[in-house]
Write a protein of this length. Structure first.
Length: 108
């Protein structure tokens, strides 16, 4: 039996499976919650507008702390890497479901 259950949201709307809303479980719920928290925090908008490399590093640290604030994430396991300019990979470990990976595109 799943621990977490939620309705899947795609493009700011309910994802439908025919007539009914799609249900997601466990790791997918955690990823959706983290994505929503990141969007609602406004940190991505700050990151887009910031030109100072020092300030960008501070915003990146705030993103890491935001993810680690989730009780389902193991503190100290979160990493934010920038593979290419404008693209970030946010990874971490959950207590119960293994690795979490979020791809962040700066131009969202």
């Amino acid at each position: 039996m799943p621990t977490y259950r939620d309705i899947k949201i795609t493009d700011d709307d309910l994802a439908l499976d025919g007539v009914n809303a799609q249900i997601i479980y466990d790791l997918d719920v955690i990823i959706q919650d983290l994505t929503n928290a990141l969007r609602e925090s406004g940190l991505l908008l700050e990151l887009i507008g910031e030109r100072s490399s020092v300030q960008r590093c501070l915003i990146e640290q705030k993103i890491i702390l935001l993810m680690e604030a989730d009780a389902r994430i193991i503190p100290g396991t979160v990493e934010l890497t920038g593979a290419t300019v404008g693209n970030y990979l946010l990874t971490g470990e959950t207590y119960d479901f293994g690795a979490v990976e979020l791809k962040i595109l700066e131009d969202l």
